[in-house]
Design a protein around this ligand. Structure first.
Ligand SMILES: Cc1ncc(C[n+]2csc(CCOP(=O)(O)OP(=O)(O)O)c2C)c(N)n1
Length: 679
């Protein structure tokens, strides 16, 4: 494709489209040049599309990046971050100054290598891992339609726009995302595909020959291809997409590195500075005779006008929200409010009292079902779902109705067998606001949605994963379905709360912690098999919130402390009894959430763990356990994969028994004695 010249095409009478787009291009070029790293090619290629989108269609007010009824813009091709930063600077987002553009990718700047939610105003979601953005946007577009079904056009009526590249569409997650969006007919979702036929290795034809338009159409989308450097074609396509009754793909045929004479159209424009010589030639080719980082005042002024264009729409929206509820309070405001209502606390208290009194012998997934049934009524903005394991995960409340393309008032999403798409969509739902998303699958399939879980942790958003069948205790399905390394690997993700409750009461408390954690995602690891209740009565405090706590304290000083999670707590309790019979004083600790335990004071930690020998018990690989067990500690767990057999047989075969714990306790006590004598 040859370079276009369209300086004659004027979208706005005062400033030509080309100048507006070139401002983006050269800010990207200059920032990458100064940082000596980054991706100039994508912003240069998509500058025309972005200019048309932001100047003509995107509903936003740079003065209020979190206005709930703004259109969402997701840069799925996160490596092209300078496209977004240039737009945020030009349109006047507070804090995204020219200095920030000049310190692109540097320590402490608002302009990190890839866009980070919560770090830079105007960044709707963190992107960079390809495919996540488009899948997250599906969640945003879904949340928008669900909110619209509840509160009407007056309050909720916006689009979700995405810029995605070849890389995003090659990623497997894109299939789950587009399939779900097409199925649910998310007509307010518009994807602008940077169809430049180049990725890092070279031409996309090296690795991909998909007919993307046919692929999207097969999934229920509208799809078209346009010249991505022709502002009129871009505008016309967006215009049409906005009226479609289904999600839309606009394949924008562009030239990567547009305007760079020797690099454009090649992978050389993708991910490295152009170099001084090429930059000079690009300035010449595009007629941009300004110094680095210099944008003519008239161009900045026009962009700033665009940044303020949405102001009136926002004011009008605020007026409308005032009318819907007395004193500004209404179900709409409640939905957006992240705090939990009083009715929720009452529901939790009620269930804690019931489980405390009844002491049920049920699987923690069943206890979770009870929690969901009760809180679904108290939390109208709870949005459930499962990746086709509803009846195993027990995630659907009696009152929850499925969300369908034409019945969006539902509150339970059948995500289909799309774990990764589900996790990313839940991120988008949480980011959009208005709902608290939770979704289920088996713990062993956490690997399928891990990249989206990691991003939720990085973004500090409240998303709840219900992961059942949490150990070899699931039995006959065998090692493919038995998680052994998952607890350890999920615990390695910073800011992710991994809960493994041990009985019904702990399950309520774990749910409560997850719902109250506004800045962390949570994983609830739940058993398939029944577990005995072990707590007497109900104290007022949520003990799971402490991360770990003592459930048995022996009379007299401890000889050993047994620390267990989930289904293994009952093994620890039996072992303590056996040890007691042999004159060994064993304390038992339940440790449902190590992340929360880490946050407790050193004093509390020592009180719980004791100073003497310790044994850890968990039907999983050891992972980070040693940090809690000390030098003399012993770990009773799994050292390899499980097997197919009934649960009891597996626990015996893999040495997960009270007797094995007793032996481990004795070894630990002996070792501790030896080291003390040696010291
Ligand atoms: C999951 C994931 N895999 C790999 C990468 C590294 N990566 C960044 S950009 C890119 C190529 C993307 O090609 P395309 O979307 O066509 O972008 P363009 O070259 O057009 O800018 C790759 C492989 C990544 N960011 N995320």
């Amino acid at each position: 494709m040859t370079a276009h010249s369209f300086s004659s095409v004027e979208i706005h009478p005062e400033v030509a489209h080309a100048e507006m787009a070139n401002a983006i291009r050269f800010l990207a070029i200059d920032a990458v040049e100064k940082a000596k790293s980054g991706h100039p090619g994508m912003p240069m290629g998509m500058a025309d599309v972005a200019t048309v989108l932001f100047s003509r269609f995107l509903k936003f007010d740079a003065a209020d990046p979190s206005w709930p009824d703004r259109d969402r813009f997701v840069l799925s091709a996160g490596h092209g971050s300078m496209l977004l930063y240039a737009l945020l600077y030009l349109t006047g987002y507070e804090g995204v100054t020219l200095d920030q553009i000049k310190t692109f990718r540097q320590w402490g700047s608002k302009t990190p290598g890839h866009p980070e939610y919560g770090h830079t105003p105007g960044v709707e979601t963190t992107t960079g891992p390809l495919g996540q953005g488009i899948a997250t946007a599906v969640g945003m577009a879904l949340a928008e339609r669900l909110m619209n079904a509840r509160f009407g056009d007056e309050l909720v009526n916006h689009f979700t726009y995405v810029i995605a590249g070849d890389g995003c569409l090659m990623e497997g997650i894109s299939h789950e995302a587009i399939s779900l969006a097409g199925h649910l007919r998310l007509s307010r979702l518009i994807v602008l595909f940077d169809d430049n036929e180049i990725s890092i290795d070279g031409a996309t034809s090296l690795s991909c020959s998909d007919d993307q338009l046919a692929r999207f159409r097969a999934s229920g989308w509208s799809a078209c291809r346009i010249d991505g450097h022709d502002p009129r074609a871009i505008a016309a396509a967006i215009e049409v997409a906005r009226t479609s009754d289904r999600p839309s793909l606009i394949a924008c045929r562009t030239v990567i590195g547009y305007g760079a004479p020797t690099r454009q159209g090649t992978e050389k424009a993708h991910g490295a500075p152009l170099g001084a010589d090429e930059v000079a030639k690009t300035r010449q080719a595009l007629g941009w005779e300004h110094e680095p980082f210099e944008v003519p005042a008239s161009v900045v002024a026009r962009w700033r006008e665009i940044g303020a264009d949405g102001h009136a729409a926002r004011r009008a929206w605020i007026e409308r929200t005032r009318r819907v509820g007395s004193g500004g309070r209404s179900p709409f405001h409640d939905a957006l409010n992240k705090k939990l209502p009083g009715a929720y606390a009452d529901a939790v208290a009620q269930l804690r009292a019931r489980f405390g009194a009844e002491r049920p012998n049920i699987a923690t997934r069943q206890a979770s079902q009870h929690v969901i049934n009760l809180i679904a009524e108290a939390l109208p903005n709870l949005l459930g779902g499962s990746a086709d394991l509803t009846h195993s995960n027990l995630t659907q409340a009696k009152t929850q109705k499925p969300v369908r393309a034409h019945s969006l008032e539902g509150n339970y999403i059948h995500y289909g067998v799309r774990e990764h798409g589900m996790a990313a969509a839940m991120n988008g739902i949480a980011l959009h606001g208005g709902f608290i998303p939770y979704g289920g699958t088996f713990l062993t399939f956490a690997d399928y949605n891990r990249p989206a879980i990691r991003l939720a942790a990085l973004m500090r958003i409240r998303v709840i994963h219900v992961m059942t069948h949490d150990s070899i205790g699931l039995g006959e399905d065998g090692p493919t379905h038995q998680p052994v390394e998952h607890l350890a690997s999920l615990r390695a993700i910073p800011n992710l709360l991994v809960f493994r409750p041990a009985d019904a009461l702990e399950t309520v408390e774990a749910w409560d912690c997850a719902l109250r954690s506004e800045t962390s995602p949570s994983i609830l690891c739940l058993s398939r098999q029944a577990l005995p209740s072990f707590r007497d009565g109900v104290a007022d405090t949520n003990l799971v919130a402490l991360g770990a706590y003592v459930i048995v304290e022996p009379d007299g000083p401890r000889d050993v402390t047994l620390i267990a999670t989930g289904s293994e707590v009952s093994i620890a309790l039996q072992a303590a009894k056996l040890l007691g019979g042999q004159g060994v004083r064993a304390a038992v600790v339940s440790a449902p959430c190590f992340e929360l335990f880490r946050q407790q004071s050193r004093e509390y930690q020592v009180k719980v763990l004791g100073r003497g020998p310790r044994v850890g018990i968990e039907a999983a690989v050891e992972g980070d356990w040693s940090r809690w067990l000390g030098d003399d500690g012993e770990f009773v767990g799994m050292t390899g994969f499980g097997a197919s057999a009934p649960a009891e047989a597996l626990y015996r075969a893999f040495g997960m028994t009270p007797e094995a714990v007793v032996s481990a306790a004795k070894r630990s006590i002996e070792r501790s004695l030896v080291s003390r004598l040696g010291a």
